[in-house]
Design a protein around this ligand. Sequence first.
Ligand code: 13P
Ligand code: SF4
Length: 320
Amino acid sequence: MFVTARPTANQDQIPVDIVAAIQELKKSMNAVILAHYYQDSEIQDVADFIGDSLELSRRAASTDADVIVFAGVHFMAETAKILNPQKLVLLPDLAAGCSLADSCPPEAFAAFKAQHPNHIVISYINCTADIKALSDIICTSSNAVKIVKQIPLDQGIIFAPDRNLGRYVMQQADRELVLWQGSCMVHEIFSEKKLIQLKINHPHAEVIAHPECEQAVLQHADFIGSTSALLKYTAESPSTQFIIATEPGIIHQMQKAQPHKQFIPAPPTTNCACNECPHMRLNTLEKLYLAMRDRTPEITMPEDVRLAALRPMERMLAMS
Ligand code: 13P
Ligand code: SF4
């Protein structure tokens, strides 16, 4: 029997110059490509704007493009849709979820909230639209402390879903929060033991870490901040060597901005590339092109959920 190898339905239509094709589509669709720092470097390089969660939300809120192509994970594209109900919001791979968002199911969270009826809910933006809809204020890793500090001291606060960011905010704002026990699989994989060894091998390196990391890792950090804050820090610090305890996608921008400096990813507990976010990395340049060409997969949500999720988002944008 004679069998011919057939390219998959999608692959056979990928243009040779995919970057040029994406640029063409961008113009013809009046689209904007927003990318998170944890995306593959080739995606970052075609993006109109690269940022942390807060910056991406601000961009999504202010864009005049007709189409938002969100190179990030589902909750980020959902956030863009919450802010832009009239616009087409595309996510290159609809399966690009988030372990942290998944760690906070709405029914269980509603029951948790009911146990603390006098508390307000501040939720980290890394959560589903359903959780945003159950929240009073949204925050990101760059404004969480600032937002918590604006709440009167006698007001109880539930902080969800990330227990690590929550603990960090408690320390920084010097007040108690009721924490939902969620976490990010990427930021909990770093090995304290290997980090200590790496510090010994690189005595002049500064350790910089994202607040989604566990306390065991954060206690070794010279600087803690959101992805944008970490990037800024590496540009402003006189140090020339950094150990990076967050998703290594950020190193692409660090290296671009400071080519003479060295950026060493903090090691995970295992020997795999587990510090790369498997959800973020589901997006590829090919999927991004196909999403634009076919105007799908599109982010949609019920209007009542969108409106309920919009209110705490708007409060965050006003408070940060
Ligand atoms: P920031 O972009 O706010 O630093 O968040 C990091 C993250 O985990 C996004 O998924
Ligand atoms: Fe979610 Fe963590 Fe991946 Fe960010 S890095 S998208 S919080 S799993």
